[in-house]
Design a protein around this ligand. Structure first.
Ligand SMILES: [Zn+2]
Length: 269
């Protein structure tokens, strides 16, 4: 099994993220797995995950390169990792960082979290990065939907501005675009390389409602959907995510695609 949406930060940053999650008033949840990175890998392995991504993002200047270097060091130690890096437009050197992580570090892609970084996907300072990624076949994972607590719901419009310029860019829309599922289907219809990850979708829990795009979405996008969990920043047992998707009763062929084959194909593993 491949998990396309796993976070992998240095422990000091994980601690800060978890503190933020658990601060009352932020509308988030208590973290079930406050694990160190060795335990993180062990937990996933026990759940049947043999490869997983290292999604990182920066919320301020000067952090992106530090995180990218951390991922590079980690992937040299742990072959299970599928390295993803990040860029921060405010650093003023996106293109240089992109060349380093793709040409030198051989990362598979980047994660952008516009709500946390306060930098929009269609910011033209990212365009040189997208151009490199499109040429090299690298993957952009972006959290553009309003899930779980964000105010703006215009992510699909913003993403289209990127795709109009870079129509061959490979994009994974995190969380199936929740909660604006319907807005992302036209993107999938218009652009060949749009994918979705299932992180925190369809698990029925009080953490948040409306987290499932529905069985029809899975049937229609069966070649574009990749299993993801958001581990370790989840409020429930890891297996809840797997069970929730199996509950959709998609059949063995589609499940194989979602839990493994679509990712193998996209990542070229
Ligand atoms: Zn995430």
């Amino acid at each position: 099994m491949i998990d396309i949406h796993v976070h992998f930060f240095p422990s000091s940053i994980f601690q800060a993220i978890w503190r933020y999650f658990e601060t009352p008033g932020h509308g988030l949840w208590n973290i079930k797995y406050k694990v160190n990175n060795k335990q993180l890998i062990q937990t996933l392995s026990k759940e049947g995950v043999n490869r997983f991504t290292t999604l990182i993002y920066a919320h301020k200047q000067g952090l992106a390169e530090y995180l990218n270097n951390f991922i590079k060091e980690s992937v040299d130690r742990f072959p299970e990792l599928i390295p993803f890096g990040t860029v921060f437009a405010g650093d003023g050197k996106c293109e240089r960082v992109a060349k380093k992580i793709f040409e030198e570090f051989k990362f598979f892609g980047i994660k952008l979290h516009p709500f946390v970084s306060n930098e929009q996907v269609e910011d033209i300072r990212f365009f040189p990065v997208y151009e490199i990624m499109q040429d090299l076949g690298k993957i952009l994972v972006c959290h553009t939907g309003s899930v779980p607590v964000y105010k703006s719901s215009d992510g699909a419009i913003r993403l289209r501005k990127v795709l109009d310029q870079f129509p061959r860019l490979k994009v994974i829309v995190a969380h199936c675009g929740a909660f604006e599922y319907g807005d992302y289907q036209p993107l999938a219809n218009d652009f060949e390389h749009i994918y979705f990850d299932t992180a925190m979708n369809c698990v029925h829990n009080s953490a948040f409602a409306n987290n499932c795009p529905g069985r029809g979405f899975f049937l229609e996008n069966q070649n574009r959907i990749l299993f993801g969990s958001d581990f370790p920043n989840i409020p429930w047992e890891y297996s809840s995510q797997i069970k929730a998707l199996k509950m959709l009763d998609l059949g063995e062929t589609i499940e194989r695609k979602i839990f493994n084959e679509n990712a193998v194909k996209l990542l070229g593993l």
